[in-house]
Design a protein around this ligand. Structure first.
Ligand SMILES: N[C@H](CCC[C@H](N)C(=O)O)C(=O)O
Length: 268
């Protein structure tokens, strides 16, 4: 019986990556060893006290046609929508594993993504954005994940968790929820951003689809005329470049560092 119990336990090798402070447990799941339906396990691995600790968990899997497949889980254990910083970190992980050189095409939940590595900087092409909703006090758009964007005069003392969760759980978002980005304009092409992330249910040090949403929202509302924007986040600077053709934003690139923090193993 004891042997059976031990057999049930698994020694899991993982890697920890971070992209401007948005951090992830990375697992090479090309052999399909990880149980994707085990929400409790994902949440435990992401728990900063009882597990490894991360904003999310990402599986790298084989793909029949493209370099690899990305499967993303929020820290709450649920599979979720696209993670921009996670996609950048996964590209760096794929290079570390020898799967790619300095370019990648991979499939994520929102479709195909091209990525280019230049040392520790990863450029990730995001999906085109066809709809930017301008409301009285905020902008809403989906850049692979849903984002509420609102301007604030001061970000330093803002209670991002308090205000962000009220918006995320309130109307019109309710259970589906949204990520929430608070923005302060620094100059014509620079904005400071703090983000409350759905599925982490707290502020994260940066959010890739979030800063992408902010860049497009600032252009759409006339806060900038630039198409290469610097976003200063709590975890570091990211850049977003894009083009606008008629009502569509395309050729959108999220640019920033991605780093392996450590390798480990855990019995679970
Ligand atoms: N929490 C997001 C997904 C991760 C987004 C963020 N980590 C990024 O870099 O885009 C959501 O559930 O919509």
């Amino acid at each position: 019986m004891l042997i059976l119990i031990f057999a049930m336990l698994m020694e899991l090798t993982f890697y920890k990556y971070q992209g401007t402070g948005n951090d992830f447990v990375m697992i090479d799941n090309r052999q399909q060893i990880f149980d994707k339906n085990n929400t409790k396990l994902v949440a435990k691995l992401c728990n900063r006290r009882f597990g490894i600790g991360a904003d999310g968990l990402i599986l790298l899997e084989n793909h029949p046609k493209w370099d690899f497949k990305m499967v993303y889980f929020n820290a709450d254990g649920n599979e979720s929508s696209m993670c921009g910083n996670g996609g950048r970190c996964l590209t760096a992980f794929a290079k570390f594993l020898g799967i790619i050189e300095n370019k990648a095409i991979f499939e994520a939940i929102d479709g195909l993504h091209h990525a280019i590595l230049d040392n520790h900087v990863v450029k990730l092409q995001m999906q085109d954005v066809l709809s930017v909703e301008i409301h009285n006090q905020h902008v809403f758009l989906n850049t692979g994940s849903p984002h509420h964007v609102q301007m604030e005069t001061q970000l330093k003392n803002l209670d991002v968790k308090e205000l962000g969760s009220k918006i995320r759980y309130g109307n019109p978002y309710k259970d589906e929820g949204t990520n929430v980005n608070f923005v302060k304009k620094l100059s014509d092409n620079r904005f400071q951003v703090r983000t409350y992330e759905r599925g982490v249910e707290d502020e994260t040090l940066s959010c890739g689809t979030g800063v992408t949403a902010v860049a497009l929202a600032m252009y759409e509302t006339g806060e900038t005329k630039n198409k290469l924007i610097v976003l200063e986040t709590e975890g570091g600077n990211l850049q977003v470049s894009f083009e606008k053709n008629k009502d569509t934003y395309n050729n959108i690139w999220l640019i920033g560092p991605a780093e392996q923090v450590f390798k480990g193993s855990i019995t679970c």
